[in-house]
Design a protein around this ligand. Sequence first.
Ligand code: F0G
Length: 455
Amino acid sequence: MKTIIEPFRIKVVEPIRLTTREERVELLRRAHWNLFALHSDDVIIDLLTDSGTSAMSAEQWAAVMRGDESYAGSPSYYRFESAVRELMPFKHVIPTHQGRAAEAILFSIVGGSGRIVPSNTHFDTTRGNIEVTGAEAVDLVIAEAHDPSNPHPFKGNMDLDRLDSLLASSGNRVPLVMLTITNNAGGGQPVSLENVRGVAEVAHRHGKALFIDGCRFAENAWFIKCREPGQGARTVVDIVRDIFAVADGMTMSAKKDAFANIGGWLALNDDALAAAARNRLILTEGFPTYGGLAGRDLDAIAVGLREIVDEQYLRYRVRTNEYIGEKLTELGVPIVLPVGGHAVFVDARRFLPHIAPLQYPGQALAVALYELGGIRACEIGTVMFGQRPDGTEVPAEHDLVRLAMPRRVYTQSHADYLIEVFDEVVKVREQLQGLQIIWQPSQLRHFTARFAPVG
Ligand code: F0G
């Protein structure tokens, strides 16, 4: 069979309120052209993030009813712990309310001024949680990753030579090495198993632990199965186990590859570090057998982890984004290649060359997608990264728009509708205008900045 169908049926539906273009023009004005300020029921297709937006399965909802809300020693925790350890056999599994809480706990212990934490590319919350301790977050992704049109199959890979020389020159300042799979900030690009092993070898040779940010581990393993020589006949579960077997710990947002609406964890082997993390957890999240979550959330994660490694699901998941990527390419819309696991990234700077980077081509495209089709996407460019601590701004390396796909939520006709909206945008691309910022906070401006059209 040629068509890769959604490998699920729909039992519960949520209506989508269909707005008109006139309404959306007014809604945009009221939101000061910042899509984070929209009410989500004014959005037709919400591609803002794939985080916490998954549709849970019937089995997950059944597990929610089984959830046990005991303060200490809940069976929900033990089900959660064993589901994590089936895939990621770490000695200590510490639940947190989401991924950034795991990062905050880890770096409150191993961070500090003068420290350096390398990764392929740190996600922004990871970077923030490192920097807030006074430490430096360093990105060492391979050079190919900086070119949006380079089709390298593993653009999330870490540059092993640069890692080796950093550890040789400043190893005494490095508490641990991180690796983000897939590399979200770099376009949802995977890391090869060979590179995971290479990073572990370099880190361990210098006496450093390797921690994996595993948010999208299943998508990463699927790419390894599809793209890495010698991996095609192996199961995703075996590949996942191989990835984590060489690591010393991980941080995780269960809002991604665990099909949960909330949750995360910190897992690790080191007893002393785990004890320090649990102390911190009790202060900031809760007792170590619930860590800021309800027992029912832990049960939903446990079931979600078994579902996410289903290869029929992963084939459909990755194919959905490839399909959108192919259609956008046919329309002449430049995208980051290859298409990532959880999102399609549009190169707005190349698509709208008449809009200067400091007039935010990514934001202009995101606004146009909403106005013309009610689609909400996320600017990942100069609005997000261009603000410097002294108040000045510089163009970001790229001006991208991320179309992040919630898991199991939208169907192929939603994808076709998205393509049609892009078709409309292509027709008016030359008329699209840039934006100016009329108010902004002193940091993380993309969430709350107010814009106005230029001119
Ligand atoms: N690491 C990566 C690679 C992420 O993509 C995220 C979240 C986090 C850590 C933090 O996890 O949200 O549970 O605290 N990414 C979301 C996104 C927000 O839209 O890409 P969290």
